[in-house]
Design a protein around this ligand. Sequence first.
Ligand code: F3S
Length: 79
Amino acid sequence: AKYTWVEKDTCIACGACGATAPDIYDYDDEGLAEVIFENDGNRGVTAIPEDMFEDLQDACDGCPTDSIKIADSPFNKEG
Ligand code: F3S
């Protein structure tokens, strides 16, 4: 499985990730990205299914500030 989390401290609200992978990323009130897949709440604890790996990788590759993190185990962030 793969897990993803957005480092909001470095996100510049460019908007690329939500356009690339709208089922995984959306934006908060400030336009900063967060993981919304299955109500993850940007905690990085929701397993992303394999059929979404391409979108996941494309979003990661497209982020200008490398704020999209991907790992093989849960991040367990607070959101
Ligand atoms: Fe932010 Fe990168 Fe998405 S800058 S809006 S996390 S593409």
